[in-house]
Design a binder for this molecule. Sequence first.
Ligand code: KIV
Ligand code: ZN
Length: 515
Amino acid sequence: MADKLIIFDTTLRDGEQSPGASMTREEKLRLARQLEKLRVDVIEAGFAASSNGDFEAVRSIADAIKDCTVCSLARANDRDIARAAEALRGAKSMRIHTFMATSALHMEKKLRMTPEQVHEQIRLAVRYARKFTDNVEFSPEDASRSDLDFLCRVLESAIAEGATTINIPDTVGYGVPELFGEQVRRVRERIPNSDKAVWSVHCHNDLGMAVANSLAAVKIGGARQVECTVNGLGERAGNTSLEEIVMAVKTRRDYYGLEVGVDTTQIVPASKLVSSITGFPVQPNKAVVGANAFAHASGIHQDGVLKQRDTYEIMRAEDVGWTTNKIVLGKLSGRNAFKQRLEELGIELESEQEVNDAFRRFKDLADRKAEIFDEDIHALVSDQAVHHEPDEHYRLVSMAQASGTDARPHARVVITVDGSEHSTEADGNGPVDATFKAIEAQADSGAELMLYSVNAITTGTESQGEVTVRLSRSGRIVNGVGADPDIVVASAKAYLSALNKLHSRAERVNPQGGV
Ligand code: KIV
Ligand code: ZN
């Protein structure tokens, strides 16, 4: 029987630290349900002590998820650890993940603590976490730049205090595969009690080597857990990409000799959900989940694949969840068929009222678009969650715009601001620009537009457009997403969604910000 590689998903925690990727409790719960269908082993649901919102998100996920271990991050102090334990109380299987920096640079400049103080605090933190659960993970932050002797002393103590998983983070993406793999091997070999813990790695992608570093730690270092995120989402250049790790280990089982429990047919649905919730599009040439990952443009390749598939394909598209866009529903589909499709897609709406709202929106969409695909249903539900919150500050009522070769584009937008209706008009360079200017004529947000991108949800010109708008104000960055068959309407929805996020006061503590 082959060893198992534990897949620890941190899309909801480290992934969420990407600028603008923050998610609502409802979005996190929906994504956690998809991760459960994907059958990852551990879901890091958030950082409970960072904000009340994150606490509630971790709690809801802990209460709802039955088939994965649910984990919360906690800095190495009693308050964070107690808060994580409280949020995780309802979990069928829980883990507390506590961490503290161990590199000289971080200890001196960020923590302003001596190595002895750090060592002692780590001991106390792991001991305290063990009072709540026997599943405790410890991470020495910035491990790849930490002194090896000190790292070994600290990790030996963490295991002696009861840490059951030791995670080696390459926090700043500094590692290179052979050295990083070797570092994990040496640490494991030098620590006398290393066999009492599962060894894990957590790599960032600053030099584009997160997946290679993680796999080297598995092969050379003997790591048996990899921390990763769907689409490689994460701070700066992102984290290790889950789909690449899983498919590398599965496709090259001859080399790695390891089992993974993931249901790979759920990879593409998970990727699409992450992208539509966070507004981070997937690049077309991204391995496994990019739109071109299985597209053969060259005639020689097409010919080869038609003759025998494995001439140019090492994985099968359907094994990772690519399906040809299937028409699933149309204008004449009834409420029962719609509800059943929601269930088949794993979308659980919280009340009959929400199902009714979604069905009404589906009927509106079906009036404007003949064929409704699964992707449309996902977008519709995301859109409903984002644009129909009871406390939504800005809401689109109606809009119209005119553009052409002979006239300056002009837009008229009617929005409600805190319940009262306003109509504004503006000219712009194009219809989208005019629409944003008309919205700003009322909102006067002072925000800077950092990114505007449009994606077709399915194929063809009948597809809905999915628009992402990234806004920044006073150092805060948010993403808004909107979908509609009319891309100017989708753009207005995305802009208003970003403005609503800026308007919400929820603030978070950054885990890397010290203890
Ligand atoms: O990158 C990092 O060091 C982390 C730790 C909190 C595990 O995210
Ligand atoms: Zn990280």
